[in-house]
Design a protein around this ligand. Structure first.
Ligand SMILES: Cc1cc2nc3c(=O)[nH]c(=O)nc-3n(C[C@H](O)[C@H](O)[C@H](O)COP(=O)(O)O)c2cc1C
Length: 190
């Protein structure tokens, strides 16, 4: 019998660990974010940024942000971007920025995956701004492909949960596969 313990009503995760890249006052700035995700089946990502963050100003100025997926070996620099503000500390030299023809938001070369997003909507909520960004470009390091396909274990992304960062570990199932197998098994059992 599983006993359920009640926890305080606080979001403890799991959340993806991403670094948003933003151009602020003409230089790149990077901010650690857990509040990032998909919205629908459309090519749109959201990020939720505290209104007073230095980065928020940059997203509003340029109408673009990047979402960069740091690998687990980048945990120290990733956490650093979440404990210092670009308002007081220049974070622009921390990574090598790259831009596509759109410009507007720096992407991080050291991160194995990068999304460039164009702001199409935003909502203010609880002192945060939720920016919805249409994905206008996605990049992945060539070394993170296996037989030409994206290999998440090679990307080695991190989740945040509680007070720690974790990496993926291992494959435990297949999307749209394990559920279908289970459905077929149920059908066979009658
Ligand atoms: C693990 C972690 C997760 C965070 N998630 C968010 C988030 O989802 N949204 C947000 O606005 N700030 C988040 N922060 C806080 C910002 O990263 C932090 O305040 C940062 O210094 C702001 O930088 P800036 O002023 O240069 O934009 C997070 C920080 C950490 C360490």
């Amino acid at each position: 019998m599983v006993e359920k313990i009640k926890l305080p009503n606080r979001p403890v995760g799991p959340f993806p660990t991403v670094l948003a890249g933003v151009e602020v006052d003409g230089r790149p700035n990077y901010v650690t974010i857990g509040a990032c995700g998909v919205v629908s089946l459309d090519a749109v990502l959201y990020i939720s940024l505290k209104s007073t963050h230095f980065s928020t100003q940059g997203v509003k100025e340029n109408g673009y942000f990047s979402v960069n997926i740091p690998s687990a070996e980048m945990v120290d620099k990733t956490d650093f971007c979440g404990v210092v503000s670009g308002r007081d500390t220049d974070k622009s030299k921390l990574f090598t920025p790259f831009y596509n023809e759109v410009g507007k938001a720096p992407m991080i070369k050291e991160c194995p995956m990068n999304y460039l997003c164009k702001v199409i909507n935003s909502i203010e909520m609880f002192g945060f701004e939720m920016f919805f960004g249409e994905i206008v470009a996605v990049y992945v390091n060539e070394q993170c492909l296996s037989e030409g396909k994206l290999d998440p274990l090679k990307v080695d992304p991190m989740l945040m949960m509680g007070s720690s960062y974790y990496n993926l570990g291992q494959v435990v199932g297949g999307l749209f596969k394990d559920g279908v197998d289970f459905k077929n098994k149920l059908a066979q059992e009658g």
